[in-house]
Design a binder for this molecule. Structure first.
Ligand code: TYD
Length: 135
């Protein structure tokens, strides 16, 4: 399946590095929510859901994490391991995250507020809905 990365400009000088995130500029949506995962315990695999509408950009601002992505037809694996690369995860993509490094801070920008009804947590239901959308 197709994966979209968004590579951010790095503003660096002898003092260090800086990345700026701006909605509708280098983030292709209006940012309505930001959250981050950190202190993830060893061997944890989490996610196990898709969203009906939500779009997100994932950024490993520290450390690294592996993504397993699935659109209901194809799957792919992606590793995020730098703070200047975003991974766009569109709606109707099943995601699982694993192999969090101990220093991983995974920041997520989302185009909607938190809404539990937007989650699909049953994989079979997700596959059924994904197939129906393509018909
Ligand atoms: P959860 O959806 O289980 O995380 P995962 O990405 O691994 O599926 O979220 C963990 C908890 O955090 C759960 O109690 C819901 C809460 N939560 C919020 O309150 N707001 C949010 O924006 C998110 C993403 C989660």
């Amino acid at each position: 399946m197709k994966v979209t990365f968004v590579d951010f400009d790095r503003h660096g000088d002898e003092r260090g590095m800086l990345v700026a995130l701006e909605e509708q500029r280098n983030i292709p949506f209006t940012i309505r929510r930001v959250y981050y995962l950190f202190d993830t315990k060893p061997r944890v695999r989490r996610g196990y859901h898709a969203h009906r509408q939500l779009k997100q950009i994932m950024i490993a601002v520290s450390g690294s994490v592996r993504f397993h992505l699935d659109d209901g037809f194809e799957t792919t694996e992606v590793v995020l391991d730098n703070p200047y690369r975003g991974l766009l995860v569109e709606s109707m993509v099943w995601r699982e995250m694993s192999e969090f490094s101990s220093n991983c801070v995974l920041m997520v920008l989302a185009d909607q507020l938190y809404d539990p009804t937007d989650y699909i947590r049953d994989y079979q239901e997700f596959c059924t809905l994904a197939k129906r959308e393509r018909e």
